[in-house]
Design a protein around this ligand. Structure first.
Ligand code: HEC
Ligand code: HEC
Length: 290
């Protein structure tokens, strides 16, 4: 019987409902006791409070041996950066391709201290961070790169612009000089996450995620993201960057109740291209949404 119940459970909410309904009967079988204990409150109740004597800590934005940020910026060749990103993808994945794509041009154009960054660290971001399908590595890479030449207040609006564009645009929109495959299907990710971005493309193109074509698509996409970013960095250097991405009304509508100052304030998101990607349909008990 326990096995049958487990098979029927389709998501956490359903699971908790069923666990609630079936209550102690199920718990007594021991089968779900471990899972129940791992749910929020149950876990808090059984955690012993540890007493530790921690040494005093010091945090610093700039260790003594490092040059303080932001570092100098000179306008870069966006196509050269995109080509380096395409090549970098094969050498170390999407985040490395994006990060090294920009850093290689900063080294070539500005020089020191950009030549002190071991860009290989950015390989961690491949496949949405070590294959976890979270943030697209190309997006992770350009965000990291932007924080070197620009202060946070300058970098964040450019990040928002690139991330917003990425969510709503048919991509890739840049064709590498010598691509592995001559063409690449375009798709809209509706998301900044590796998983949605890749799978939407697979649905649009008919290729498998493990195909060489999919790998090449992510290389094209890495190049496209870097091209877009460097174009915006150059506009910023000219004092001509203007943010155009606005969080869509469908999202600000959700956040009017679920975001800061809303009646619920339970969603820790300020920028997003689409909530309904993951929240359709809303339960029938949900208040009406425009
Ligand atoms: C008018 C205010 C309001 C707006 C706008 C709103 N919500 Fe909600 N939302 C609520 C309230 C109140 C609840 C709690 C309802 C309940 O407990 O039955 C809720 C619950 C939810 C839940 C949990 C539902 C469940 O029980 O599984 C999700 C998910 C959710 N909202 C997503 C959204 C999304 C996505 C949007 C935008 C498309 C949105 N909400 C817009 C007020 C709002
Ligand atoms: C990538 C998928 C994804 C996106 C995008 C997303 N959510 Fe969620 N959201 C989830 C998941 C998964 C949960 C946890 C679901 C659960 O516990 O039922 C959740 C939980 C919630 C809840 C709490 C539901 C509850 O249990 O009461 C609300 C409210 C919510 N999201 C609103 C939003 C809003 C508003 C946006 C857009 C700003 C958004 N979400 C974007 C996946 C997403």
């Amino acid at each position: 019987m326990e096995k049958g119940v487990t098979m029927e459970i389709t998501d956490r909410r359903e699971f908790l409902k069923k666990a609630g309904v079936l209550g102690l009967g199920l718990l007594a079988t021991g089968g779900i006791a471990g899972i129940a204990a791992s749910c929020g409150k149950a876990e808090q109740a059984i955690q012993p409070i540890a007493t530790v004597t921690a040494p005093p800590v010091t945090v610093t934005a700039t260790p003594a041996a490092a040059a303080a940020l932001p570092w100098p910026y000179k306008k870069l060749d966006a196509v050269a950066a995109a080509e380096a990103a395409y090549a970098g993808y094969s050498a170390g994945g999407c985040m490395y391709g994006a990060f090294e794509g920009i850093m290689s041009q900063l080294r070539a154009t500005v020089g020191s201290p950009y030549d002190t960054i071991p860009t290989a660290f950015s390989k961690y971001g491949g496949g949405g961070i070590s294959g976890w399908g979270t943030i697209c590595g190309a997006l992770n890479g350009i965000a990291a790169a932007l924080y070197f030449p620009f202060a946070q207040s300058v970098a964040n609006p450019i990040i928002n612009e690139v991330y917003g564009w990425y969510g709503v645009t048919l991509l890739p929109d840049y064709t590498p000089a010598k691509p592995k495959f001559a063409t690449c299907k375009q798709s809209v990710a509706d998301s900044q996450l590796c998983h949605q971005s890749v799978t939407k493309w697979c649905l649009a193109s008919g290729f498998k995620t493990t195909s060489a074509e999919r790998g090449d698509r992510c290389a094209w996409l890495t190049a496209a993201v870097v091209k877009k970013t460097v174009d915006l960095m150059n506009l910023q250097a000219d004092g001509a960057f203007k943010a155009t991405f606005a969080v869509p009304a469908s999202v600000t509508g959700c956040l009017s109740c679920h975001g800061k100052g809303g009646a619920l304030e339970n969603v820790h998101i300020t920028n997003q291209t689409d909530c309904k990607e993951c929240h359709t349909p809303l339960p029938s008990s949900h208040p009406p949404v425009k």
